[in-house]
Design a protein around this ligand. Structure first.
Ligand SMILES: NC(=O)c1ccc[n+]([C@@H]2O[C@H](COP(=O)([O-])OP(=O)(O)OC[C@H]3O[C@@H](n4cnc5c(N)ncnc54)[C@H](O)[C@@H]3O)[C@@H](O)[C@H]2O)c1
Ligand SMILES: [Zn+2]
Ligand SMILES: [Zn+2]
Length: 408
């Protein structure tokens, strides 16, 4: 049997590279595996040699100790790989295929999957609708920040790249198809972005930057990105976005300076529940800040795309309400303005093929926009610390040394 190594969560602030099991066509017990998933047979799965696997802001919520993730949980839901083995029920995916894995695990058989709502598949997580690799409360599917990873329902889940050589040349762009590019795009689409729109995106992390690049792709007239991190705002300006420094105050006034009016057509929350306050409050966490500010600045009849993560339990919440995921929202404002809201996991499969075509045909430079930075598996613990410090980078782990410095 082949060996395997992966990045595991140990305790708040600590991850380490460990020897882990090589995948088999059965879900075995382990950290975070739901009892009802133990022993689940997976003849429909494929085993991938991981080509790239990215570190995500969603991983950081666990690593910061803001969830109930158990020790030794193998992390990683952003996976691109080469198929090395297929189960007996896999019909169309072949050994040797180079594929992108949507971070949502979905069955392709349930009502929600049939309606393309793959972020809330009913059959893969005994706890609740929706699942992901290497994530707390998601059923216990092993994470992909590893040399090898298993993908269930392979014929359904995997997106095959048409040409391997061409794909390896653009691998730092294509690796973003597993999560942040579709997620940012979903944020922009569900905010109603179209040709001529004015768009405000809260958060200049990788998801916010991907939403900004997506809004440009969708034809927005002006894309404004807000954050309190100067390096990340500079990164947003590097590809043509306007920026707002929320540590200087509420975005409303700065948006007025840019647009001449204190409102936008479309708004995206790419921050989530660990949001900081605005202006003098920027030093402290204020989880409802972004949602309340977006309701304030979005034009009546507009929409909020909310890829930013909100949780049902947060051991580090700022108060008792936040600890159970309850926030102080000015919903009256949203109601009075007839605003629409779209929350939840991005249904990656709805967008990944289209965005792959945009990448392969040079219609978007997503790796450049988000600061894609390749690293080795052994560099992952340091990269987690650097990402947590707020560098304007999206770390792309190359666990099998397959990038050869060719991409970038
Ligand atoms: N819905 C999905 O499917 C999905 C997928 C991927 C990530 N996410 C979530 O999207 C969010 C962003 O991910 P990321 O990787 O970019 O994370 P990140 O932590 O790197 O970026 C968040 C950014 O928000 C900034 N910020 C904090 N308070 C702010 C405020 N009031 N206004 C503006 N900016 C503020 C921070 O300085 C930081 O730069 C996370 O919550 C992540 O869990 C959701
Ligand atoms: Zn992610
Ligand atoms: Zn399903």
């Amino acid at each position: 049997m082949s060996s395997n190594r992966g990045v595991a969560y140990i305790e708040p602030g600590v991850v380490e590279v460990q020897e882990i099991d090589y995948p088999t066509f059965e879900l075995r017990d382990g950290p975070g595996v739901h009892p009802d998933n133990v022993g689940r047979k997976l003849p429909h799965a494929a085993i991938l040699k991981v080509v790239t696997t990215n570190i995500c802001g969603s991983d950081q919520h666990m690593v910061r100790g803001r969830t109930t993730a158990p020790p030794n949980l193998v992390l990683g839901h952003e996976i691109t790989g080469e198929v090395v083995e297929t189960g007996p029920d896999v019909e169309f995916i072949k050994v040797g295929d180079l594929v992108s894995v949507p971070f949502n695990i979905s069955c392709g058989r349930c009502r929600n999957c049939k309606e393309r709502k793959t972020g809330i598949c009913l059959n893969v997580n005994p706890d609740r609708p929706g699942s992901a690799y290497g994530y707390v409360d998601m059923g216990g599917w092993v994470g992909g920040q590893a040399e090898y990873a298993l993908v269930p329902y392979a014929d359904w889940n995997l997106l095959r790249f048409p040409d391997k050589d061409q794909a390896m040349e653009k691998i730092l762009d294509l690796t973003m198809l597993s999560d942040i590019f579709p997620t940012g795009y979903h944020g922009a689409v569900t905010a109603g972005t179209r040709v001529g729109s004015t768009v405000y995106i809260a958060g200049a992390g990788p998801v916010g930057l991907a939403a900004a690049a997506s809004a440009q792709l969708l034809g927005a007239a002006v894309v404004i990105v807000g954050d309190l991190n100067a390096d990340r705002l500079a990164q947003a300006r590097s590809f043509g976005c306007e920026t707002v420094d929320v540590s200087q105050g509420d975005p409303r006034d700065q948006i007025e300076q840019i647009l001449g009016v204190p409102e936008v057509d479309c708004a995206v929350d790419a921050v989530g529940f660990e949001a900081r306050g605005h202006g003098a409050d920027a030093a402290r966490e204020a989880p409802a800040t972004v949602l309340n500010s977006l309701m304030d600045i979005t034009a009546a009849g507009g929409a909020l795309g909310i890829p930013g993560l909100y949780v049902t339990g947060d051991p580090g919440g700022v108060d008792e309400a936040a600890k159970v995921g309850s926030l102080s929202l000015n919903l009256g404002t949203g109601w009075a303005k007839s605003l629409s809201f779209t929350t939840g996991q991005c249904p990656v499969m709805k967008y990944n093929r289209d965005l792959m075509m945009a990448i392969l045909n040079d219609k978007v430079q997503i790796a450049q926009a988000v600061g894609a930075t390749p690293i080795s598996l052994d560099d992952a613990p340091q990269a987690y610390r650097d990402f947590d410090s707020g560098v304007a980078r999206k770390y792309v782990i190359d666990p099998n040394g397959m990038l050869n410095g060719a991409a970038g």
